[in-house]
Write a protein that binds this ligand. Structure first.
Ligand SMILES: Nc1ncnc2c1ncn2[C@@H]1O[C@H](COP(=O)(O)OP(=O)(O)OP(=O)(O)O)[C@@H](O)[C@H]1O
Ligand SMILES: [Mg+2]
Length: 442
C-alpha cells in the first residue's frame, strides 16, 4: 500500500476537522454565556414572582379568622407548576403553600435571598418585620433542560456544516488542481522519445517552477542526445575511412609481393585490419545503443524492416534462415535503426554460433514477439547469465568480440524491453533462443 495520500482528501479532512473543532469551541463558549444570561433571567423571574406573591399571601393570612394553620392555594385549573412556593413564619410553621409545593425541598427554617440545593434554586423574601417569609423554588432540571435545548440548537448546524465543508473543500481543491492534473496527464501520456517542451502556462503560480525545471531538463537531454548522436556518427565516419583505405592498400600490396612469406604476413595484416574494422563498427554500435535514442517519437511498422534484414542475410547464408512474419503490421516505438542493429546482432549470432547444418528460425508474431532460434550445443546456465556483458563469450569456434549481445541488451534496456536468452531453445533439447517483445517499447 502506498503511504502517499491525495492532497484533496488531506485538505478536505483537515479543513473540515478544523472547522468542526472551531465550531465546537464557539458553541461551548456561547453556550456558557447563554447559560449565565439565562440564569440571571430565571433568577430575576424567581425574585419578581416572590415579590409579587408576598403581599397577596400576607393579606390572605392576616384576613384569616383563626389566623394560623396551613392552607393550600387551590389550583384554578389542573396544571404542572414550574415554580412552587411556601409561606412560613419565622419558626418555620407553614402558613400557605402552592398546590404542588413539596415542603421537603425547602430548608427547615426560612431564609432570605438566593439558595441552590441539589435539586432546586430557591429565593426567599420576608414581610411584616421579618415575621412572614415566602420562598419560591424552581427545579434545576428546568434550567438544565433549557440550557440543553439551547446547546442542541447551536450544535444542529454541524450536521450540515460537516458534509458541506467536505464537499466544498473537495470541489475547490479539485477545481484548483485541474490544470496540475492536466499537466501530469500530458507528461504521463507522452512517449519516452518525445522530448518536446511540456505546456505549463495554465498551471497555478506555485507549480510554475516545476514546468520550467522539467522543460529545462528536457532541453538539456535533447541537446545531450543530439551531441551524442552526432559524435558517434562522426566517429564512425572518421574511423571507417582510414581503415577502409588501409585495407584497400594492404590488398593491393598482397597482389604486388612475390615472396610467399611476405604474402602470408600481408594476409595476416589484412585479417587484423578486417577484424579491427568489425570491432570498431561494433564499438560504435554499442556507444550508440548506450547513448539512448532507442525510442522514437512515433510508432513504426517493423515488419518490412525485418524482411529487409533477412534479405541481406540471404546473400551470405542462402536458404538457411526460415522467416515467419505476421499478416498485419507490428507497430512499435522502437527506433527503426536501433531495431535493425538489434535484429542483425541476434540473427548474426544465430548464423555464426548455431549448428551450421541446422536452419535459423526467425519468427515475428502479430503481438510483436520476436524469436530468433538456432540449433547447436546447449550453453550452460552459468555462462548464459553472463553473455550480455561486454566482451563476454562462451565456448565457440566462431570469431567475434563478445559485443553483439551487449549491444542488443543496451537497445532493449533503452526501450524498456526485456531480452530473454534461453538455452536449450523452447520445445527442443538443444540450441539457443533469443526472445523479446517489440511492442513493449516505450
Ligand atoms: N545464437 C547463439 N547460439 C549459441 N551461442 C550464442 C548465440 N548467441 C550468442 N552466443 C554465445 O554468446 C557469446 C556472446 O555473443 P555476442 O554476440 O555478445 O558476441 P560474439 O557473437 O561472440 O561477438 P560479436 O557479436 O561481437 O561479433 C558468443 O560468443 C556465443 O558464445
Ligand atoms: Mg555476436
Amino acid at each position: 500500500m502506498t503511504t502517499r495520500t491525495s492532497l484533496q482528501s488531506r485538505l478536505g479532512i483537515g479543513l473540515t476537522l478544523g472547522v468542526t473543532l472551531l465550531w465546537l469551541l464557539g458553541v461551548t463558549a456561547s453556550g456558557l454565556v447563554a447559560q449565565h444570561e439565562m440564569n440571571e433571567v430565571f433568577d430575576s423571574a424567581l425574585e419578581e414572582t416572590a415579590q409579587r406573591i408576598l403581599p397577596l399571601a400576607v393579606t390572605d393570612i392576616l384576613n384569616r379568622e383563626n389566623g394560623t394553620g396551613n392552607q393550600t392555594t387551590p389550583a384554578m385549573k389542573d396544571h404542572d407548576e414550574y415554580l412552587t412556593y411556601l409561606v412560613r413564619d419565622q419558626q418555620g410553621n407553614l402558613l400557605l403553600q402552592s398546590h404542588d409545593a413539596d415542603p421537603r425541598v425547602f430548608g427547615t427554617l426560612p431564609k432570605e435571598g438566593f439558595l441552590t440545593t441539589s435539586t432546586h434554586r430557591i429565593y426567599g423574601a420576608s414581610a411584616v418585620s421579618d415575621t412572614l417569609y415566602i420562598e419560591v423554588a424552581e427545579p434545576l432540571a428546568h434550567r438544565r433542560e433549557a440550557a440543553l435545548e439551547a446547546g442542541l440548537a447551536l450544535l444542529m448546524p454541524l450536521i450540515f456544516l460537516i458534509p458541506i465543508s467536505l464537499l466544498g473543500v473537495w470541489w475547490i481543491v479539485r477545481f484548483s488542481l485541474r490544470t496540475v492534473v492536466e499537466f501530469q496527464q500530458s507528461i504521463e501520456s507522452r512517449g519516452a522519445g518525445d522530448l518536446s517542451p511540456v505546456v505549463g502556462d495554465r498551471l497555478p503560480k506555485e507549480f510554475e517552477p516545476v514546468s520550467v525545471a522539467v522543460n529545462r531538463l528536457l532541453e538539456r537531454l535533447h541537446r545531450a542526445l543530439d551531441t551524442e548522436r552526432s559524435f558517434t556518427a562522426n566517429s564512425a565516419h572518421e574511423l571507417r575511412t582510414p581503415l577502409a583505405t588501409a585495407l584497400a592498400k594492404v590488398q593491393r600490396l598482397k597482389t604486388q609481393v612475390q615472396s610467399n612469406q611476405l604474402k602470408t604476413n600481408v594476409a595476416e595484416i589484412e585479417e587484423a585490419l578486417r577484424s579491427l574494422s568489425i570491432l570498431s563498427g561494433k564499438l560504435l554500435e554499442l556507444a550508440k545503443a548506450e547513448g539512448g535514442g532507442a525510442i522514437s517519437q512515433n510508432q513504426h511498422n517493423l515488419v518490412p524492416i525485418l524482411a529487409m534484414i533477412i534479405a541481406d542475410f540471404e546473400g551470405q547464408v542462402p536458404e538457411r534462415i526460415i522467416l515467419t512474419l505476421p499478416e498485419r503490421e507490428v507497430n512499435s516505438f522502437l527506433d527503426p535503426d536501433a531495431f535493425a542493429i538489434l535484429a542483425r546482432n541476434l540473427i548474426e549470432n544465430a548464423v555464426k554460433h548455431g549448428s551450421q547444418n541446422q536452419p535459423v528460425e526467425v519468427n515475428l508474431s502479430a503481438n510483436g514477439t520476436l524469436r530468433v532460434c538456432n540449433g547447436g550445443k546447449v550453453v550452460p546456465a552459468d555462462q548464459l547469465a553472463l553473455l550480455r556483458n561486454r566482451f563476454a563469450r562462451s565456448k565457440t569456434d566462431a570469431n567475434g568480440s563478445g559485443l553483439g549481445l551487449a549491444i542488443a541488451e543496451a537497445i532493449a534496456t533503452g526501450a524498456n524491453i526485456r531480452l530473454h536468452l534461453l538455452s536449450p531453445a523452447t520445445g527442443r533439447q538443444d540450441g539457443f533462443e533469443a526472445v523479446l517483445n517489440l511492442v513493449d517499447a516505450r
